[in-house]
Design a protein around this ligand. Structure first.
Ligand code: GAP
Length: 471
């Protein structure tokens, strides 16, 4: 049974720490809010998720190429994209405790200074007026810390793709419709990072910008919504906790003709609430046009240049030609873009929450039911006792498995404890070598999810795993 209820999130966070999935960053110095480290199991899990995405979205497709751009880009990128002016949250300060909050999250925030007068709610404290707070982290490139050298850590990987659109077209044989995919770190100085890794200040994104003819963009938008939703269900997120939500007109960005979110019912949310895992946005030609012509704003349903007080363009574009010539249609146009934008950390967290299962009937009740593609360790090998010739049989089996998949060997502790450790790590299969192995050459296979044990010939272990894992 999948776990539910109030303290589930606490138990998941505790298991993540205890078993080395996720640690608070810089923990020995008290941690740093909004930053997390992935431990030995967590790094494998997150890597498996990113590899699955890359394999399914890039390698398995003929219409996708990859890219890996720098985190710090020319500051004009962020001026033309709109992030410099608009990537802000409204924040308020509590005059009592001096804490700073997102104006839209006040209700959930406790004021430690006035708990009795104002029972835990900041919206009734002494608050400053809401002010805009830009979420981009700043730094300086070069020795001089002046405006000229001010740079930003990217708040999304997407812009690296747009500004390389022409490079990719010129250096490869891609023809529209095609996509460019990128996985990489993004940074947002979130005012109130919270809910474990869900809202962090440093996180990884897996983004696709899919370029197509304007006349076909509505169809591609629907296509990508379906493909991305199915990707999560195929990897084991149940459809009951997962949903696709189409944004209402009032929620859409000024340039977007349509956006859907793939959302998951994370256990830290109230019953019936969902949190965003991925957004699929129809961005029209906003991004390429902005990098060509300069920052745009929407007026009367049209994109027009954003002008300063003198009526001049506020931020100049690159001036480069980012149009595309379609030689089949004999037509030049600015491609439309469909953007499926996923978070690798949110995805990892969703798969952790989904996998976390409590089964009180088992000797050790907590287990992680990861899909075989995502499981950090695919198999474990145990000699029942660390003597009597059993390690000599177990070790070659372990080495054979390790040639193909990450595996663990454990010869210590009771067999129950060894199974429990592997259940918590989410290892799909354990192979135990015992006295009978010496007599008939068979080993015990234990299935993580059912706990059922069967025997197979020791020469069939790798073949068995290949079949069961499908990898
Ligand atoms: N290029 C579009 C874009 O960045 P977004 O909705 O702001 O869109 C896309 O971000 C995804 O990135 C989100 O669905 C989420 O999975 C992840 N993400 C965004 N902010 C995050 C944060 N502070 N912590 C962790 N993941 C985040």
């Amino acid at each position: 049974m999948a776990a539910s209820g109030g303290n589930v999130m606490e138990r998941i966070v505790a298991l993540c720490k205890r078993r080395g999935f996720i640690f608070p960053s810089s923990e020995i110095y008290g941690g740093i809010n909004g930053f997390w480290d992935y431990g030995p199991l967590g790094v494998e899990l997150k890597r498996n998720l990113k590899d699955a995405w890359w394999k399914d979205m890039v390698h398995a497709r003929e219409d996708m190429v990859g890219l890996d751009c720098s985190i710090i880009m020319h500051p004009q990128v962020w001026k033309c994209s709109g992030h410099y002016d608009l990537f802000c949250d409204l924040m308020v300060d509590c005059r009592a405790c001096k804490a700073r909050f997102r104006a839209d999250q006040l209700k959930d925030m406790q004021c430690p200074m006035k708990p009795s007068k104002h029972p835990g709610e900041h919206d009734r404290c002494d608050l400053t007026e809401p002010r805009e707070f830009n979420l981009m982290f700043e730094s300086y490139a070069g020795a001089v810390k002046d405006e000229e050298n001010r740079v930003f850590l990217r708040p999304e990987t997407a812009q690296g793709i747009f500004v390389n659109f022409k490079n990719v077209c010129d250096s490869t044989r891609v023809r529209i419709p095609f996509g460019i995919a990128q996985i990489g770190k993004s940074f947002r100085n979130e005012i109130t990072p919270r809910n474990f890794t869900f809202r962090s200040r440093e996180f990884e994104q897996m983004e696709i910008e899919f370029f197509c003819h304007p006349g076909e963009s509505a169809r591609w938008y629907e296509y990508w919504r379906d493909v991305r939703l199915r990707w999560y269900t195929d990897l084991g997120l149940t459809s009951r906790k997962l949903r696709l939500r189409e944004h209402g007109k009032d929620e859409l960005s000024h340039y977007s003709c349509g956006t859907s979110d793939i959302e998951y019912a994370f256990p830290f949310l109230a019953e019936g609430d969902f949190g965003e895992l991925e957004g699929i946005a129809h961005r029209g030609d906003f991004d390429l046009r902005s990098h060509m012509e300069g920052k745009l704003v929407a007026r009367d349903g049209k994109l027009v240049p954003d002008l300063d007080e003198q009526g001049k363009p506020k931020y100049k574009g690159s001036g480069r030609d980012l149009t595309y010539y379609d030689d089949e249609r004999k037509e030049r146009f600015i491609p439309h873009v469909i953007e499926p934008s996923a978070g690798a950390d949110r995805g990892t967290l969703a798969f952790i929450c989904e996998a976390y299962t409590v089964d009180e009937s088992r000797p050790s009740p907590e287990l992680m039911r990861f899909h075989p593609r995502l499981a950090p360790i695919k198999a474990a090998v145990f000699p029942l006792v660390n003597k009597d010739g059993l390690p000599e049989i177990a070790e070659p089996i372990y080495r054979a498995i390790r040639q193909r998949w990450p595996a663990q060997y454990d010869a210590k502790a009771s067999i129950g404890k060894r199974y429990a450790r592997m259940d918590e790590a989410g290892t799909p299969y354990c192979f135990t070598i015992d006295g009978q192995t010496k007599e008939d050459g068979t080993v015990t296979v234990r299935d993580r999810d059912t706990g059922a044990q069967t025997r197979i010939d020791k020469t069939r272990v790798v073949e068995f795993l290949a079949e069961k894992l499908g990898l």
